[in-house]
Write a protein that binds this ligand. Structure first.
Ligand SMILES: [Ca+2]
Ligand SMILES: [Ca+2]
Length: 226
């Protein structure tokens, strides 16, 4: 599959600034914030599998978290404390790898780091209109391909109201906006692929090692093997 080819180009557009992440955290309705890494937790992080140089953690594979489902921000913070973050599916190879694990391990769905830019600072021209150009991998601060370039991403063609994703269904039906990206496994008999889902929903999660957090913790704690 070639659907992420353009992402190489998009990498040059990196423009989502770190500041946006801070704003995003501050904007959580609950008032909760994005948590910093914990050096000891980074050093002891569990890695269930390595792929292309990155370690991955599957919540269902750890006896301490098996069966747990948590909301999107809680999942990010669980990962970040361990110098990881929710998984970012920047390439088709990585996307297929994670999807195969979801199927093999019979998970109904997982959280990824995908997020719609929907807070202060998201009025930048290059992000407009948001429902097409406003999605990004928060863990890597990298934009997704526009949602209407269907061959360049893995959005499902179906959902709860019979529309291609992202459809913001819950908001349309009077609920919360669907601003977070989950991979769903045949939830609507639609294959294994991407859905916009309201961030308060609780799901199992996949963490991916985060180079920036690892670098930061190693630099600040030269005496700890991280
Ligand atoms: Ca990744
Ligand atoms: Ca949806």
């Amino acid at each position: 599959m070639h659907f992420f080819r353009l992402l190489q180009l998009l990498k040059m557009h990196f423009l989502i600034l770190a500041a946006i992440v801070a704003v995003a955290a501050a904007q959580q309705p609950s008032g909760r914030v994005l948590e910093p890494p914990v050096p000891a937790a980074c050093a002891q992080r569990a890695i269930h599998e390595r792929f292309n140089g990155k370690g991955y953690y599957y919540s269902w594979a750890d006896p301490r978290t098996a069966g747990q489902e948590i909301d999107w921000l809680s999942a990010r913070n669980f990962c970040r404390q361990r110098c990881m973050d929710l998984v970012s599916l920047e390439t088709s190879v990585e996307n297929e790898f994670i999807k195969s694990r979801i199927v093999q391990n019979k998970q109904k769905y997982i959280w990824t780091s995908g997020r719609l830019c929907d807070f202060k600072g998201c009025d930048r021209p290059d992000l407009q209109p948001l429902h097409i150009n406003g999605w990004f991998w928060t863990a890597e601060l990298q934009k997704l391909a526009p949602t209407n370039e269907r061959s360049q991403n893995d959005w499902s063609e179906n959902g709860g109201i019979g529309k291609p994703q992202p459809d913001n269904r819950e908001a349309i039906q009077g609920g919360a906006p669907e601003n977070c990206l989950a991979v769903l496994n045949q939830f609507y008999n639609d294959g294994v692929n991407w859905h916009d889902v309201a961030c308060h929903h609780k799901k199992p999660w996949v963490c991916e090692e985060n180079d920036a957090l690892l670098k930061y913790v190693r630099f600040a704690n030269p005496n700890i093997r991280v």
